[in-house]
Design a protein around this ligand. Sequence first.
Ligand SMILES: NC(=O)c1ccc[n+]([C@@H]2O[C@H](COP(=O)([O-])OP(=O)(O)OC[C@H]3O[C@@H](n4cnc5c(N)ncnc54)[C@H](OP(=O)(O)O)[C@@H]3O)[C@@H](O)[C@H]2O)c1
Length: 345
Amino acid sequence: MTVPLRPFGRTGVKVSALALGTMMFGSRGNSDHDDSVRIIRHALDAGINLIDTADVYSQGESETIVGKALLGRRDDVFLATKFHGQIGTDPNQFGNSRRWVVRAVEHSLRRLQTDHIDLYQVHRPEDDTDFDETLGALSDLVHQGKIRYIGTSTFEPSAIVEGQWTADRRGRERVVAEQPPYSILARGVEREVLPIARKYGLAVIPWSPLAGGWLTGRFRAGGAQPSSSRAGRQPGRYEIDAPENATKLAAVEALAELAEQSGLSLIHLALGFVLEHPAVTAPIIGPRTLEQLEGQLGAARVRLSADILDEIDKIVPPGVTLSARDQGYHPPALTDPTRRRRSAT
Ligand SMILES: NC(=O)c1ccc[n+]([C@@H]2O[C@H](COP(=O)([O-])OP(=O)(O)OC[C@H]3O[C@@H](n4cnc5c(N)ncnc54)[C@H](OP(=O)(O)O)[C@@H]3O)[C@@H](O)[C@H]2O)c1
Protein backbone atom coordinates (compact mmCIF):
# COMPACT_ATOMS: atom_id res chain seq x y z
CA MET A 1 0.00 0.00 0.00
CA THR A 2 1.31 3.44 -0.86
CA VAL A 3 -0.39 6.56 0.39
CA PRO A 4 -0.49 9.31 -2.26
CA LEU A 5 1.49 12.49 -1.65
CA ARG A 6 0.12 16.02 -1.49
CA PRO A 7 1.81 19.44 -1.33
CA PHE A 8 2.18 20.79 2.20
CA GLY A 9 0.68 24.22 1.62
CA ARG A 10 3.11 26.34 -0.35
CA THR A 11 6.27 25.03 1.35
CA GLY A 12 7.31 22.74 -1.50
CA VAL A 13 7.32 19.75 0.90
CA LYS A 14 5.31 16.66 -0.12
CA VAL A 15 3.45 14.80 2.62
CA SER A 16 1.25 11.71 2.64
CA ALA A 17 -2.50 12.28 2.25
CA LEU A 18 -2.98 10.64 5.67
CA ALA A 19 -1.01 11.81 8.69
CA LEU A 20 -0.42 9.54 11.68
CA GLY A 21 -1.57 11.03 14.97
CA THR A 22 0.08 9.61 18.07
CA MET A 23 -2.18 10.93 20.84
CA MET A 24 -3.24 7.39 21.73
CA PHE A 25 0.30 6.17 22.34
CA GLY A 26 1.24 6.30 26.01
CA SER A 27 -0.75 6.11 29.24
CA ARG A 28 -3.71 7.86 27.63
CA GLY A 29 -4.38 4.95 25.26
CA ASN A 30 -1.87 2.25 24.37
CA SER A 31 0.80 2.15 27.05
CA ASP A 32 2.73 -0.72 25.45
CA HIS A 33 5.73 1.10 23.92
CA ASP A 34 6.86 -1.80 21.75
CA ASP A 35 3.37 -2.20 20.29
CA SER A 36 3.09 1.56 19.70
CA VAL A 37 6.49 1.60 17.95
CA ARG A 38 5.31 -1.30 15.75
CA ILE A 39 2.17 0.62 14.77
CA ILE A 40 4.16 3.74 13.88
CA ARG A 41 6.65 1.76 11.78
CA HIS A 42 3.80 -0.07 10.03
CA ALA A 43 2.33 3.32 9.09
CA LEU A 44 5.71 4.44 7.70
CA ASP A 45 6.03 1.20 5.73
CA ALA A 46 2.56 1.86 4.28
CA GLY A 47 3.70 5.23 2.95
CA ILE A 48 2.73 7.68 5.71
CA ASN A 49 5.48 10.29 6.13
CA LEU A 50 3.73 12.89 8.34
CA ILE A 51 3.62 12.16 12.07
CA ASP A 52 1.85 14.40 14.57
CA THR A 53 2.41 14.41 18.32
CA ALA A 54 2.39 16.97 21.17
CA ASP A 55 4.37 17.50 24.36
CA VAL A 56 1.18 17.24 26.37
CA TYR A 57 0.10 13.80 25.05
CA SER A 58 0.53 11.54 28.08
CA GLN A 59 2.85 14.25 29.44
CA GLY A 60 5.70 13.61 27.00
CA GLU A 61 5.27 9.85 26.71
CA SER A 62 3.88 10.03 23.16
CA GLU A 63 6.91 12.06 22.02
CA THR A 64 9.22 9.53 23.71
CA ILE A 65 7.53 6.67 21.83
CA VAL A 66 7.73 8.55 18.53
CA GLY A 67 11.43 9.18 19.18
CA LYS A 68 12.02 5.44 19.64
CA ALA A 69 10.02 4.57 16.51
CA LEU A 70 11.97 7.02 14.35
CA LEU A 71 15.46 5.81 15.30
CA GLY A 72 17.18 5.24 11.97
CA ARG A 73 14.18 6.60 10.03
CA ARG A 74 14.09 10.25 11.12
CA ASP A 75 14.98 11.67 7.70
CA ASP A 76 12.05 9.88 6.05
CA VAL A 77 9.52 11.71 8.20
CA PHE A 78 7.97 15.16 8.35
CA LEU A 79 7.73 15.38 12.13
CA ALA A 80 5.15 17.64 13.76
CA THR A 81 4.71 18.36 17.45
CA LYS A 82 3.06 21.02 19.58
CA PHE A 83 3.50 23.10 22.73
CA HIS A 84 1.08 25.10 24.89
CA GLY A 85 -0.61 22.53 27.16
CA GLN A 86 0.27 22.37 30.86
CA ILE A 87 3.34 20.25 31.58
CA GLY A 88 3.71 19.29 35.24
CA THR A 89 2.42 21.77 37.79
CA ASP A 90 4.57 24.90 37.33
CA PRO A 91 2.15 27.54 35.97
CA ASN A 92 4.87 28.82 33.64
CA GLN A 93 5.34 25.42 32.00
CA PHE A 94 2.28 26.27 29.96
CA GLY A 95 1.15 28.65 27.27
CA ASN A 96 2.73 30.61 24.46
CA SER A 97 5.28 32.90 26.14
CA ARG A 98 8.80 33.20 24.72
CA ARG A 99 10.06 31.97 28.09
CA TRP A 100 8.16 28.68 27.79
CA VAL A 101 8.49 28.18 24.00
CA VAL A 102 12.30 28.15 24.11
CA ARG A 103 12.30 25.61 26.97
CA ALA A 104 9.45 23.47 25.66
CA VAL A 105 11.24 22.94 22.33
CA GLU A 106 14.34 21.60 24.10
CA HIS A 107 12.23 19.07 26.02
CA SER A 108 10.50 17.94 22.81
CA LEU A 109 13.79 17.62 20.90
CA ARG A 110 15.24 15.48 23.70
CA ARG A 111 12.20 13.18 23.89
CA LEU A 112 11.99 12.89 20.11
CA GLN A 113 15.75 12.15 19.90
CA THR A 114 16.21 14.59 17.03
CA ASP A 115 17.97 17.90 16.40
CA HIS A 116 15.05 19.50 14.60
CA ILE A 117 11.26 19.47 14.40
CA ASP A 118 9.72 19.91 10.96
CA LEU A 119 6.48 21.54 12.10
CA TYR A 120 6.23 23.16 15.53
CA GLN A 121 2.62 24.00 16.30
CA VAL A 122 0.99 26.34 18.79
CA HIS A 123 -1.56 23.91 20.27
CA ARG A 124 -4.05 26.67 21.17
CA PRO A 125 -4.08 30.46 21.10
CA GLU A 126 -3.59 32.17 24.44
CA ASP A 127 -5.74 35.19 25.20
CA ASP A 128 -3.22 37.01 27.38
CA THR A 129 -0.16 36.48 25.18
CA ASP A 130 0.58 38.80 22.25
CA PHE A 131 0.95 36.54 19.22
CA ASP A 132 4.05 38.50 18.22
CA GLU A 133 5.70 37.30 21.46
CA THR A 134 5.12 33.70 20.36
CA LEU A 135 5.91 34.25 16.68
CA GLY A 136 9.13 36.07 17.59
CA ALA A 137 10.33 33.12 19.69
CA LEU A 138 9.31 30.63 16.99
CA SER A 139 11.05 32.69 14.29
CA ASP A 140 14.26 32.55 16.34
CA LEU A 141 13.91 28.76 16.55
CA VAL A 142 13.59 28.62 12.74
CA HIS A 143 16.75 30.72 12.39
CA GLN A 144 18.56 28.47 14.89
CA GLY A 145 17.60 25.39 12.83
CA LYS A 146 15.66 23.80 15.70
CA ILE A 147 12.37 23.91 13.83
CA ARG A 148 11.69 24.13 10.10
CA TYR A 149 8.13 25.49 9.97
CA ILE A 150 5.55 27.07 12.27
CA GLY A 151 1.95 25.86 12.58
CA THR A 152 -1.11 26.57 14.70
CA SER A 153 -3.94 24.40 15.97
CA THR A 154 -7.59 25.15 16.58
CA PHE A 155 -7.13 28.86 15.96
CA GLU A 156 -10.26 30.87 15.32
CA PRO A 157 -10.50 32.53 11.90
CA SER A 158 -9.51 35.97 13.22
CA ALA A 159 -6.46 34.52 14.99
CA ILE A 160 -5.31 32.78 11.79
CA VAL A 161 -5.52 36.06 9.88
CA GLU A 162 -3.83 37.94 12.75
CA GLY A 163 -0.97 35.43 12.57
CA GLN A 164 -0.41 36.14 8.87
CA TRP A 165 -0.55 39.90 9.37
CA THR A 166 1.75 39.78 12.40
CA ALA A 167 4.41 37.97 10.37
CA ASP A 168 4.04 40.43 7.54
CA ARG A 169 4.11 43.62 9.60
CA ARG A 170 6.75 42.63 12.12
CA GLY A 171 9.06 40.71 9.81
CA ARG A 172 8.51 37.33 11.47
CA GLU A 173 8.50 33.85 9.94
CA ARG A 174 5.05 32.94 8.60
CA VAL A 175 2.65 30.33 9.96
CA VAL A 176 2.37 27.72 7.16
CA ALA A 177 -0.19 25.27 8.55
CA GLU A 178 -3.34 25.05 10.65
CA GLN A 179 -4.59 21.93 12.47
CA PRO A 180 -8.37 22.30 13.02
CA PRO A 181 -11.04 19.81 14.12
CA TYR A 182 -12.90 18.53 11.03
CA SER A 183 -15.18 15.59 10.34
CA ILE A 184 -18.64 14.94 8.91
CA LEU A 185 -20.03 15.63 12.39
CA ALA A 186 -17.96 18.79 12.93
CA ARG A 187 -18.15 20.93 9.79
CA GLY A 188 -17.90 24.35 11.45
CA VAL A 189 -14.48 25.07 9.93
CA GLU A 190 -16.00 25.00 6.43
CA ARG A 191 -17.43 28.45 7.14
CA GLU A 192 -14.26 30.49 7.59
CA VAL A 193 -11.21 28.50 8.66
CA LEU A 194 -10.89 26.39 5.51
CA PRO A 195 -11.54 29.27 3.05
CA ILE A 196 -8.98 31.41 4.94
CA ALA A 197 -6.46 28.57 4.80
CA ARG A 198 -6.89 28.40 1.02
CA LYS A 199 -6.58 32.15 0.68
CA TYR A 200 -3.24 32.21 2.53
CA GLY A 201 -1.95 28.92 1.08
CA LEU A 202 -1.83 27.18 4.45
CA ALA A 203 -1.53 23.42 4.76
CA VAL A 204 -4.49 21.97 6.69
CA ILE A 205 -4.12 18.78 8.76
CA PRO A 206 -7.48 18.15 10.48
CA TRP A 207 -7.75 16.33 13.81
CA SER A 208 -10.44 13.86 14.90
CA PRO A 209 -11.58 12.99 11.35
CA LEU A 210 -13.66 10.15 12.89
CA ALA A 211 -15.11 12.56 15.49
CA GLY A 212 -13.09 10.86 18.20
CA GLY A 213 -14.52 7.43 17.31
CA TRP A 214 -18.17 8.31 16.61
CA LEU A 215 -17.65 7.59 12.90
CA THR A 216 -16.15 4.12 13.31
CA GLY A 217 -19.45 2.19 13.19
CA ARG A 218 -19.19 1.19 16.85
CA PHE A 219 -21.78 3.74 18.00
CA ARG A 220 -25.21 2.61 16.81
CA ALA A 221 -28.73 3.46 17.94
CA GLY A 222 -30.30 0.70 19.99
CA GLY A 223 -26.94 -1.05 20.39
CA ALA A 224 -25.07 -1.65 23.60
CA GLN A 225 -22.93 1.19 24.92
CA PRO A 226 -19.59 0.66 23.12
CA SER A 227 -16.31 0.86 24.99
CA SER A 228 -14.15 3.90 24.29
CA SER A 229 -10.66 4.65 25.51
CA ARG A 230 -11.73 8.28 26.01
CA ALA A 231 -15.08 7.97 27.75
CA GLY A 232 -13.46 8.37 31.16
CA ARG A 233 -11.64 11.57 30.20
CA GLN A 234 -14.69 13.18 28.62
CA PRO A 235 -17.76 12.05 30.56
CA GLY A 236 -20.99 12.16 28.58
CA ARG A 237 -19.37 12.68 25.21
CA TYR A 238 -19.48 9.03 24.23
CA GLU A 239 -22.78 7.95 25.86
CA ILE A 240 -25.21 6.80 23.21
CA ASP A 241 -28.23 7.35 25.49
CA ALA A 242 -27.36 10.93 26.47
CA PRO A 243 -29.90 13.41 25.03
CA GLU A 244 -27.05 15.74 24.00
CA ASN A 245 -25.78 12.99 21.66
CA ALA A 246 -29.13 12.15 20.04
CA THR A 247 -28.57 14.31 16.92
CA LYS A 248 -25.12 12.86 16.43
CA LEU A 249 -26.40 9.32 16.79
CA ALA A 250 -29.18 9.93 14.24
CA ALA A 251 -26.60 11.32 11.79
CA VAL A 252 -24.33 8.31 12.37
CA GLU A 253 -27.26 5.97 11.58
CA ALA A 254 -27.95 7.77 8.29
CA LEU A 255 -24.25 7.85 7.41
CA ALA A 256 -23.83 4.14 8.15
CA GLU A 257 -26.68 3.42 5.74
CA LEU A 258 -25.14 5.68 3.09
CA ALA A 259 -21.77 3.96 3.52
CA GLU A 260 -23.36 0.56 3.06
CA GLN A 261 -25.22 1.67 -0.09
CA SER A 262 -21.94 3.09 -1.42
CA GLY A 263 -19.97 -0.09 -0.76
CA LEU A 264 -17.69 1.63 1.74
CA SER A 265 -16.96 1.18 5.42
CA LEU A 266 -18.19 4.08 7.55
CA ILE A 267 -14.52 4.81 8.39
CA HIS A 268 -13.59 5.12 4.71
CA LEU A 269 -16.64 7.29 4.02
CA ALA A 270 -15.69 9.59 6.91
CA LEU A 271 -12.02 9.89 5.98
CA GLY A 272 -12.86 10.17 2.26
CA PHE A 273 -15.15 13.09 3.09
CA VAL A 274 -12.36 15.03 4.84
CA LEU A 275 -9.92 14.23 2.04
CA GLU A 276 -12.33 15.66 -0.58
CA HIS A 277 -12.27 19.21 0.80
CA PRO A 278 -9.97 21.26 -1.46
CA ALA A 279 -8.36 23.03 1.51
CA VAL A 280 -7.37 19.80 3.27
CA THR A 281 -3.84 18.46 3.01
CA ALA A 282 -4.05 15.32 5.18
CA PRO A 283 -6.47 14.22 7.91
CA ILE A 284 -4.64 13.03 11.03
CA ILE A 285 -5.76 9.51 11.84
CA GLY A 286 -5.57 8.40 15.47
CA PRO A 287 -5.33 4.59 15.75
CA ARG A 288 -4.73 2.97 19.15
CA THR A 289 -4.06 -0.52 17.76
CA LEU A 290 -2.55 -2.03 14.60
CA GLU A 291 -5.98 -3.31 13.61
CA GLN A 292 -7.41 0.22 13.85
CA LEU A 293 -4.58 1.53 11.66
CA GLU A 294 -5.25 -1.12 9.05
CA GLY A 295 -8.93 -0.22 9.04
CA GLN A 296 -8.00 3.33 8.04
CA LEU A 297 -5.06 3.08 5.63
CA GLY A 298 -7.12 2.17 2.55
CA ALA A 299 -9.04 5.45 2.86
CA ALA A 300 -6.11 7.32 1.34
CA ARG A 301 -7.23 6.21 -2.11
CA VAL A 302 -10.99 6.60 -1.60
CA ARG A 303 -12.71 9.17 -3.82
CA LEU A 304 -16.29 10.16 -3.05
CA SER A 305 -18.59 11.00 -5.96
CA ALA A 306 -20.51 14.27 -6.04
CA ASP A 307 -23.70 12.24 -5.41
CA ILE A 308 -22.30 10.78 -2.19
CA LEU A 309 -21.08 14.21 -1.05
CA ASP A 310 -24.57 15.62 -1.75
CA GLU A 311 -26.11 12.86 0.37
CA ILE A 312 -23.71 13.66 3.21
CA ASP A 313 -24.72 17.35 2.94
CA LYS A 314 -28.35 16.29 3.47
CA ILE A 315 -27.43 14.44 6.66
CA VAL A 316 -25.12 17.12 8.10
CA PRO A 317 -25.36 20.44 6.26
CA PRO A 318 -22.18 22.27 5.24
CA GLY A 319 -20.73 24.45 7.98
CA VAL A 320 -22.69 22.73 10.77
CA THR A 321 -21.11 21.15 13.84
CA LEU A 322 -23.64 18.92 15.55
CA SER A 323 -22.22 19.16 19.04
CA ALA A 324 -20.43 22.20 20.47
CA ARG A 325 -18.08 19.81 22.26
CA ASP A 326 -16.66 18.71 18.91
CA GLN A 327 -15.88 22.25 17.80
CA GLY A 328 -12.53 22.30 19.55
CA TYR A 329 -12.47 25.98 20.24
CA HIS A 330 -14.96 28.00 22.15
CA PRO A 331 -16.00 31.36 20.78
CA PRO A 332 -15.73 33.95 23.57
CA ALA A 333 -18.46 33.11 26.08
CA LEU A 334 -20.06 36.48 26.64
CA THR A 335 -21.90 35.10 29.63
CA ASP A 336 -18.56 34.53 31.36
CA PRO A 337 -18.18 37.53 33.72
CA THR A 338 -14.38 37.39 33.56
CA ARG A 339 -14.64 38.49 29.94
CA ARG A 340 -16.59 41.66 30.69
CA ARG A 341 -15.59 42.74 34.21
CA ARG A 342 -12.25 43.59 35.73
CA SER A 343 -11.50 40.99 38.37
CA ALA A 344 -11.31 42.02 42.02
CA THR A 345 -7.58 41.24 42.39
N1 LIG B 1 -4.69 19.72 17.78
C1 LIG B 1 -5.53 19.22 18.63
O1 LIG B 1 -6.05 19.89 19.52
C2 LIG B 1 -5.87 17.76 18.52
C3 LIG B 1 -6.97 17.23 19.23
C4 LIG B 1 -7.24 15.87 19.08
C5 LIG B 1 -6.43 15.09 18.25
N2 LIG B 1 -5.36 15.63 17.60
C6 LIG B 1 -4.49 14.85 16.70
O2 LIG B 1 -5.29 14.16 15.78
C7 LIG B 1 -5.09 12.76 15.88
C8 LIG B 1 -6.38 12.05 15.62
O3 LIG B 1 -7.38 12.48 16.54
P1 LIG B 1 -8.39 11.45 17.15
O4 LIG B 1 -7.60 10.37 17.79
O5 LIG B 1 -9.40 12.19 17.94
O6 LIG B 1 -9.01 10.85 15.78
P2 LIG B 1 -10.30 10.05 15.42
O7 LIG B 1 -9.91 9.25 14.23
O8 LIG B 1 -11.46 10.96 15.29
O9 LIG B 1 -10.58 9.07 16.65
C9 LIG B 1 -9.69 8.03 16.95
C10 LIG B 1 -10.43 6.98 17.79
O10 LIG B 1 -11.34 6.29 16.96
C11 LIG B 1 -11.34 4.92 17.29
N3 LIG B 1 -10.86 4.19 16.10
C12 LIG B 1 -9.89 4.55 15.24
N4 LIG B 1 -9.77 3.64 14.26
C13 LIG B 1 -10.68 2.69 14.50
C14 LIG B 1 -11.05 1.48 13.83
N5 LIG B 1 -10.42 1.11 12.70
N6 LIG B 1 -12.04 0.76 14.35
C15 LIG B 1 -12.68 1.14 15.48
N7 LIG B 1 -12.37 2.27 16.16
C16 LIG B 1 -11.38 3.02 15.66
C17 LIG B 1 -10.39 4.73 18.48
O11 LIG B 1 -11.17 4.83 19.66
P3 LIG B 1 -10.81 3.92 20.95
O12 LIG B 1 -9.44 4.35 21.39
O13 LIG B 1 -11.90 4.27 21.91
O14 LIG B 1 -10.82 2.48 20.47
C18 LIG B 1 -9.48 5.93 18.35
O15 LIG B 1 -8.94 6.32 19.59
C19 LIG B 1 -4.47 12.56 17.27
O16 LIG B 1 -3.68 11.40 17.36
C20 LIG B 1 -3.64 13.80 17.41
O17 LIG B 1 -2.41 13.65 16.74
C21 LIG B 1 -5.08 16.95 17.73
